[in-house]
Write a protein of this length. Structure first.
Length: 143
């Protein structure tokens, strides 16, 4: 196996290594960098031992890669922080409903789907969040 010529057996006598010109079936065995007669081989685009890195989805080509940023979290907890801050300070709030009605009071407690609003001189209300258009501090109304 050392040297330039390899002969498997007597029947393959015409078959020679890549340094020869053709094989028994007439196919050329000249490498592209040797075809132009240049003694120095041209640099190939990819090396012979080039291997593609496996992607995380079992080798399938995908638009996702390992360097992609992860998706943002579903909840930033900003809403929870705002409600807690207003609850602890008992800030007077104005809650505007989807039908335009304004409710004034302070938030006593909240959960995933509703707020409990305390009002002066009126009954407390349990308000579904999906019915709230927006809310703001009552002090912002006078400015």
């Amino acid at each position: 196996m050392s040297g330039g010529t390899q002969i498997a057996n007597v029947s393959d006598a015409k078959r020679v290594s890549h340094k020869g010109q053709e094989t028994e079936d007439g196919m050329s065995m000249v490498r592209p960098h040797e075809a132009d007669g240049n003694g120095q081989g041209r640099r190939q685009f990819r090396t012979l031992d080039f291997k593609r890195a496996k992607s995380p989805n079992n080798g399938n080509n995908s638009r996702y890669n390992n360097n992609a940023k992860p998706a943002p979290p579903e909840s930033t907890n900003a809403e929870n922080f705002y409600y807690l801050k207003q609850m602890n300070s008992k800030t007077p709030m104005v809650i505007v409903m989807t039908d335009g009605e304004e409710i004034r009071g302070w938030i006593e407690w909240y959960d995933k789907s509703c707020l409990k609003v305390n009002r002066e001189g009126a009954p407390n209300l349990l308000i579904q969040k999906h019915c709230i258009k927006y809310c703001f501090k009552q002090e912002e109304l006078t400015q």
